[in-house]
Design a protein around this ligand. Structure first.
Ligand SMILES: [Zn+2]
Length: 393
C-alpha cells in the first residue's frame, strides 16, 4: 500500500490537490481530504503539490527494433525497458514495420511479453507494412482473437514506396478482419496505418470510408504530421470519425512537416474533435530520408523520450496541461480500448507520472511500482547496465 499525498492531479482534467491510495497495482481511493489509513501501514509519499498525470501511452513503438531499410546492419536493436519508463511511458503498443520478414509476429509477441514480465503495460499489433500481413495463426483475425497481447493490425503501409501497394479491396478485407476480431474480443480491433511521404496521402482511407460499412474508428493512420498537406487531410479524416496519430519525431526548420507539439496545437485550434488525436513515439523505428530512387541517404532512430519532450515543449509554450494530456493518455486508451488506462480515477491502473518543475519526467509508477524516483531510474530491464542509461530528464 502506498499513500500519495498532496498531488496536483490532472486526470487529465485539473482536479486540484488530491490524495491517493495505491494498492495491488491500482488506484484504490482518491480524495480531497486526507482519510485515516494509519491501520494500513502504507508507505507515504508527499508530492508537495507537484503535478500528477496519467502514465503516457505510446501507441506505436518498434519494441523489437525496426529499421532494416539499408541492409542487415541497419536493423535497430530492441528497446530496453528504461527507454520507455524514463520517458513517462507506462503502456506501449509494439508494431512491425518495413522489415516484417526477419522480424515476425513471433518475435514481436515475445518482446511484448518480455516487457510485460519487466513490469511495463505492453500490447502489440499483428502484421507489418505489407499485405498479406505477416501473422502467427495464419490470418489477422485469429491473431487478435487468440493471442492475448495482440489488439489490432499494423502498421500497414500506404502511400509509401516501402508498402506493398495495397488495393482498396485488400485494405477493406484487412480492416474488416480487425474490426470483427475487435467485436469478438472487446480489443481495439483497429487497422493502424503507416502513411508515407507519397502524394496519395490518405486517399485510399477516404475511399474505404466512402464505399464500405466499416466504422471510421477502425482506420487509424499515423505519421500524419510528416507533411503539412497530409496533416490537413488528417483534420478532415478526424472530422469523419477516425482517430489520427502524430509522431513525435525531430523536425528541422526547413522540413515540410509539423513537430508534434506544433501539430497538436494546430489540431486543437482547428476545431477538429479533441478526442480524436493522439501522439506516439515511433521509438526504435527508422526515421529515414530516401533519394528519388528509394535509396536510404540518412537514418535516425525514433526515441520514446521524444514523447516526454513533446509534452515539455507544449508546457514551456504555456499550453494548458489539461488540454494537451488527452493526446498522450485518454485518447490513446480510448482508441486502443484499454479501459483501465489513461486516466487517474478510482479503480484505474496505478500508472502515474509526476512532472518536475522543469516540466520533465520526475517520477514514474507502473502498476503501483516506482520505476523512476526523483529523476533516477530505479528499475532496469534484465540486459540493461544501469551506468549505460545515463540520467533521465
Ligand atoms: Zn511507420
Amino acid at each position: 500500500m502506498q499513500l500519495l499525498l498532496n498531488a496536483h492531479v490532472f486526470a487529465p482534467q485539473d482536479l486540484g490537490i488530491r490524495h491517493l491510495l495505491i494498492g495491488a497495482g491500482r488506484i484504490l481511493w482518491t480524495g480531497e481530504r486526507k482519510a485515516d489509513f494509519s491501520l494500513l501501514n502504507a508507505n507515504i509519499v508527499d508530492l508537495e503539490g507537484r503535478r500528477l498525470i496519467p502514465g503516457l501511452i505510446d501507441g506505436h513503438a518498434h519494441v523489437t527494433g525496426g529499421g532494416g531499410e539499408s541492409g542487415f546492419a541497419s536493423r535497430v536493436p530492441p528497446l530496453p525497458l528504461s527507454r520507455f519508463t524514463a520517458a513517462g511511458v507506462t503502456t506501449v503498443v509494439g508494431v512491425l514495420g518495413t522489415d516484417d520478414t526477419t522480424r515476425d509476429t513471433r518475435a514481436l509477441l515475445a518482446q511484448t511479453r518480455a516487457l510485460r514480465d519487466e513490469g511495463l503495460g505492453a500490447w502489440c499489433h499483428t502484421g507489418g507494412y505489407h499485405v498479406p500481413p505477416v501473422t502467427l495463426m495464419g490470418n489477422v483475425r485469429d491473431d487478435i482473437v487468440h493471442l492475448d497481447p495482440v489488439i489490432g493490425v499494423g502498421e500497414l503501409a500506404l502511400s509509401d514506396h516501402r508498402s506493398s501497394q495495397p488495393t482498396l479491396d485488400e485494405l477493406l478485407r484487412t480492416a474488416s478482419d480487425a474490426h470483427v476480431a475487435g467485436m469478438i474480443t472487446g480489443k481495439a480491433g483497429i487497422l493502424h496505418l503507416h502513411i508515407g511521404d507519397g502524394e496519395r496521402g490518405l486517399d485510399l482511407v477516404r475511399r474505404a470510408l466512402d464505399v464500405s460499412e466499416l466504422p471510421p474508428r477502425v482506420f487509424n493512420p499515423t505519421h500524419v504530421n510528416r507533411r503539412k498537406a497530409l496533416f490537413e487531410e488528417a483534420l478532415d479524416l478526424a472530422r469523419r470519425g477516425c482517430t489520427v496519430d502524430m509522431t513525435a519525431f525531430p523536425v528541422a526548420a526547413d522540413d515540410d512537416a509539423w513537430p508534434a507539439d506544433v501539430g497538436l496545437q494546430k489540431y486543437l485550434e482547428s476545431g477538429a474533435p479533441a478526442d480524436r488525436i493522439t501522439i506516439s513515439s515511433d521509438g526504435g523505428g527508422c526515421l529515414p530520408q530516401f533519394n528519388d530512387q528509394g535509396e536510404l541517404v540518412h537514418m535516425d532512430v525514433g526515441r520514446p523520450a521524444c514523447l516526454a519532450e513533446t509534452l515539455r515543449d507544449l508546457l514551456l509554450r504555456g499550453v494548458p496541461l489539461a488540454s494537451v494530456l488527452p493526446a498522450f493518455t485518454t485518447n490513446v486508451a480510448r482508441i486502443l480500448r484499454l479501459h483501465d488506462k489513461g486516466g487517474i480515477r478510482r479503480g484505474a491502473a496505478a500508472d502515474l507520472v509526476v512532472l518536475g518543475s522543469d516540466n520533465g519526467i520526475r517520477d514514474v509508477m507502473v502498476a503501483g511500482t516506482w520505476h523512476v524516483r526523483n529523476g533516477r531510474q530505479r528499475v532496469f530491464g534484465r540486459f540493461e547496465h544501469p551506468s549505460e542509461t545515463g540520467p533521465v530528464s
